[in-house]
Design a protein around this ligand. Structure first.
Ligand code: NAD
Length: 548
């Protein structure tokens, strides 16, 4: 066989080039050079410019990295001097010395073997790429060398060649992703050791994001109890991280089949794609709201997303009342004054009776309904707004009115609806003038229901006399963390904290013992149901709509 024919044959045997056009393969084959080397031949040295890619005809190669990490010295062009000089010295050694130097100074990243295996190709697309590892022959080997310069010249000579190679690369990356998922799922089902013994239970590995002490305190005993229960056909293993889920931290989930998230974790489309590629198939939201989950993307990737639909509506409704009383009767301010031995009474502490006032509740679902009953207990007039009217609320004495009417009539206004495109910025610069002057606004639902600029304007102009808020539009950066020794960079948050009429808590309305117990129990059940095969729309607490 001629050299050209042999080069074409080897290119067609690779996954990278097998489906490329004959024209491209012929052009590349004309530039391939076959090297027949003994053991210990250094093809490429870590840290030096990457000037070639290698296609294996026979034999095997080491890919190794120097384990020199302390004395890295950067030089112009990004090459690493220390690595480069060590790698360079390998080039000058005899074959036998190379093998022992590798064993002493380097770690083996992997062994390249198998006819048609390609290494270094992704590096030679760009001119200034450096070798990530040293490539050395482990055994006598026949290796086809493709010069980086020739490769780039051939590709840039014809735009069709570019598309051709990109099409193949896309296939390679997709199938690579699939293989990774397959390996991950094998590991998941066996436990990460990958060597399950007969009769050993399978393990569901879960990574719990945004963990604070109450989360691990609640979940650790629950996991222990689950694993001790002989009725359970699999084991649960939950690891905890304080990191919030987002596009970057999604990669931490490699090796886990499910993740557990909270209200400020972000599962946008890119994050879901990464999770799916890493083999994560379930998001267990330990909350009722799921407005940071891109449900369309979750549906597209076949991700199961379950939530805790109701844990304790009483916890949130009662907290809303606590905030109202703190705003109205200035209890936080009064208490700190008394603790400073200031027992005086002045207009700054003056409140109003709730009895006889008109109280508006927007969103009369589970929490809203309980709130309505408490409000009626004050002897207030209850008016409501919801896209669906709740019969129980009506029977209890609530009167449904239009949105404009609830704005115009309420002395006290509660936001109890979820954050949706239709409810985002329900309070904004346009609706602010519609409010009854002096209204007290209470929001325990989601910060995004309120445009903070409009709220600040309402407070400064006296349209809003006070605001009790357990949620804030841009809370994600700050809530659930201690910022007391740091400077807050968000001017709106600083302005709100400085407003005398504002009482703010950091998303703690849910935080009662009963609610935490229920969140833990339902989340464990959600994970169990997923592992037992109740996936996507079949999951009892699925939160992905079948269509939008
Ligand atoms: P729910 O689904 O039972 O009730 C929501 C109500 O809002 C429903 O009646 C619905 O019809 C209504 N609604 C929907 N779109 C509306 C619109 N455009 N205008 C007016 N009403 C509309 O939910 P829930 O359990 O009562 O919880 C309400 C919200 O409370 C949750 O979505 C969540 O965001 C928030 N929440 C906050 C905390 C916290 O700790 N601060 C805890 C739990 C829940």
């Amino acid at each position: 066989m001629s050299n050209q024919a042999a080069a074409i044959k080897i290119l067609k045997s690779t996954t990278w080039f097998s489906k490329c056009s004959n024209e491209l393969i012929t052009a590349l084959a004309a530039k391939l050079e076959l090297l027949d080397v003994g053991e210990g031949h250094v093809f490429i040295s870590e840290g030096l410019p990457m000037d070639k890619s290698m296609i294996l005809e026979s034999g095997s190669l080491f890919r190794t990295k120097m384990h020199v990490v302390d004395d890295l010295v950067e030089e112009e062009g990004g090459h690493n001097k220390r690595r480069a000089s060590l790698s360079q010295s390998l080039r000058n050694m005899k074959a036998a010395e190379v093998s022992s130097t590798i064993q002493e100074n380097a770690v083996v990243v992997d062994i390249v073997q198998g006819h048609g295996h390609v290494t270094g190709l992704l590096h030679i697309f760009s001119e200034d790429s450096c070798a990530f590892a040293t490539v050395t022959s482990k055994t006598p080997a026949k290796v086809w060398i493709m010069s980086a310069k020739d490769f780039r010249e051939i590709l840039s000579s014809n735009p069709a060649f570019m598309l051709d190679i990109m099409g193949n690369m896309a296939t390679e990356l997709r199938t690579g992703g699939k293989s990774l998922r397959a390996v991950m799922s094998q590991l998941h089902s066996k436990g990460l050791g990958g060597d399950a013994k007969e009769n050993e239970k399978e393990t569901l590995r879960v990574l719990c994001y945004d963990t604070t002490s109450w989360v691990s305190d609640a979940f650790q005993p629950a996991v222990k109890a689950f694993n001790a229960d002989p009725k359970n056909s699999f084991q649960m293993m939950v690891d905890f991280t304080t990191e919030r889920l987002g596009p970057q931290s999604a990669t931490y989930s490699a090796g886990y089949e499910a993740i557990c998230t909270f209200v400020n974790d972000t599962a946008d489309a890119g994050t879901i794609q990464t999770l799916s590629r890493l083999g994560v198939n379930m998001i267990a939201q330990r909350a009722a709201g799921f407005d940071r989950v891109d449900t369309k993307a979750a549906r597209a990737y076949g991700m199961t997303v379950a939530r805790v639909p109701a844990y304790s509506p009483y916890a949130v409704a009662e907290m809303a009342i606590a905030l109202l009383m703190a705003v109205n009767r200035k209890t936080t301010k009064a208490s700190s004054r008394v603790k400073m031995a200031n027992f005086s009474l002045d207009a700054g502490l003056l409140g109003v009776d709730i009895h006889g006032k008109t109280v508006g509740v927007m969103g009369t679902g589970k929490i809203g309904q309980i709130l309505c009953n408490i409000i009626l207990g004050f002897g207030a007039k209850l008016i409501c707004y919801d896209v669906f009217q709740n019969e129980a609320v009506k029977q209890a004495g609530g009167v449904y009115v239009t949105k404009d009417e609830i704005f115009a009539q309420s002395d006290i206004l509660f936001f109890m609806m979820p954050l949706l495109p239709a409810t985002r910025h329900t309070l904004n610069m346009d609706t602010l003038p519609k409010l009854k002057k002096g209204v007290m606004l209470i929001n325990t639902s989601r910060g995004g229901l309120v445009d903070t600029k409009a709220l600040l304007q309402g407070l400064r102009t006296g349209v809003i006399s006070g605001c009790g808020m357990d949620v804030y539009e841009n809370e994600q950066e700050y809530f659930f963390q201690d910022w007391s020794a740091k400077s807050i960079q968000d001017p709106d948050l600083t302005a709100l904290l400085g407003e005398p009429g504002v009482v703010m808590t950091a998303h703690q309305a849910f935080f009662t013992k009963e609610a935490v117990d229920k969140i833990t129990q339902t989340t464990m059940e959600n994970l169990r149901d997923f592992k037992l095969g109740k996936c996507e729309f079949d999951h009892p607490n699925n939160c992905i709509p079948k269509d939008d």
